[in-house]
Write a protein that binds this ligand. Sequence first.
Ligand code: ARG
Length: 456
Amino acid sequence: MEKMWAGRFQKALDKKADDFNSSIRFDCRMYAQDIQGSIAHAAMLAKQGILTVADKELITDGLLGILEDLNGGKLAFDENAEDIHMFIESELTKRIGDAGKRLHTARSRNDQVAVDIRLYLRDEAKTVVDLLKDLIKTVVDKAEETADVIAPAYTHLQRAQPIAFGHQLMAYAEMFLRDIKRVDNAVANMNESPLGSCALAGTTYPTDREFTAKALGFNNPTYNSIDGVSDRDFCVELLSAFALIMTHLSRFSEEIILWSSWEFKFVELDDSYTTGSSIMPQKKNPDMAELVRGKTGRVYGDLIATLTMLKGLPLAYNKDMQEDKESIFDALDTVKMCLEVFAPMVATMKVLKENTYRSAQKGFINATDLADYLTKKGMPFRTAYKTVGQLVAECIEKNTVLDDLPLADYKKHSELFTEDLYEEISLETCVGKRNSFGGASSDSVRMQVKAMRERI
Ligand code: ARG
C-alpha cells in the first residue's frame, strides 16, 4: 500500500521496517474514538468555513459508515496500514474521494493520537471504577457475613490479637475505595483536549479548539500545543493507579492463599475458582489468587516501561511514544481481568469459623488484654506488661494457656488478679470490647460496613 507521505520519498519502506513501524495491530482498538474525534474535527472545520458543509456531510456519513462496518465485522483492519489513523483516513478516501483527503486539514496524527488515547482511556477507566465498586460491594457483604466470626490477626505473621474476621476484609475495602479515587483523579487530570495542537505548533487556520473540546466532552483545550502532543502523564498516572490496584489485589491474594492452606484452613474457596493437580489427587489449588499475584509484576512492568520510555524524550512528539499504547492497554486488560475474577472468588469463598476460632484460642493472643486488665486495676501498663510476660513464660513451661492457668498461680504474680480475669480475657470479650472507632469488634465492623455502603 502506498504511504500517505510517499511524495517525498524515492523508495518504498523496507518490509521488515514497515512491520516494525506499524501500530495497527494494537491501536486498532481505538477505532471508535478515532472516528469520534474526526467527526468533531470535521464539524469544527465546517463551522469555521475551512471545509464546505457538503464535504463535512460526506465525511461524517462516510465515517459513520466505516464505524458501522467495523462494528458489524463487515470491514477488517488492514494489517499493512501504518496505524489506525491512516487506515480510517484511507478507507474514507476510498469511499468518498477528495472530501476524505480534506479531513486532515489543520490537524496532525500527533494531536489525533493524543485525543484518541484520552477518549479511549476515559471510557475504560469508568469500567475499572465500576469493577472496583463491584469488588467493594462483594467484600463488604462478606465482611457483614463474618462480623461475628472470631479470628486471630497477625503482625510479623505471628498471632497478635483476636479480631472479628470481617475487620480485615474491611481493610481491603478501604484500599479499593482509595483506588477508585486515584483512577477518578487520573481521569480528571487527563480531561483536556489536545485536538488542534496539530503537529506541535498549532495552525494558521482559524480553528475553534473550544468547540472540539466541548464536542468531545473535554473540560477545555490544552493551553500549550507542544504539551498537548507531548504529554503522556495521564498514562503514567493511570498506570500507577493500576499498579497500586494490583498491589492490593496481590496482598489480598497472598492472604487467601495462606488462609486456604491446610495449615490455616480459615477459608474454603469454591470449586469454580480452584484447580486440581495433574498428579496429586488431594489438591485443590488457589490458582486464581496466585495468578492475580503473579500478574501484578507485569502491571508494574508496564508502569516502569512507560516512565522509562518518556524520561529521555525531547519535546515534542517522538515515535518512542507509540510504545505508550501496548503498556497501558496491557495494564488495563490485566487489571480488568483480575478484578472480574477476584470479586466472584471472594463472594463464593466460605469462611470456616470453627477453625478461625480455634486458631485464635492458641498463641496467647489475649495477653494484651490481660495486661490491660491489670492496668485498669491500677498497675502501670509497663509493669503489667512485664507481669503478663512472666505469666506467658510460665504457661509455656507448664504447657498450658492463660485461660486455663489456676487463679492461685495468678495470685503469686499479683494480688490484683481475681476470678473475673477469665471473663476479661475470653475471646468474646477481647473482640467484643474493641469498640474504639475503627476497631476490630463485631459492632465496629457493622459500623464500617454501613459507612462504606454510603461512601461508595
Ligand atoms: N501510531 C503513532 C503513535 O501511536 C501515531 C502518531 C504518529 N505520528 C507521527 N508523527 N509519526 O504514536
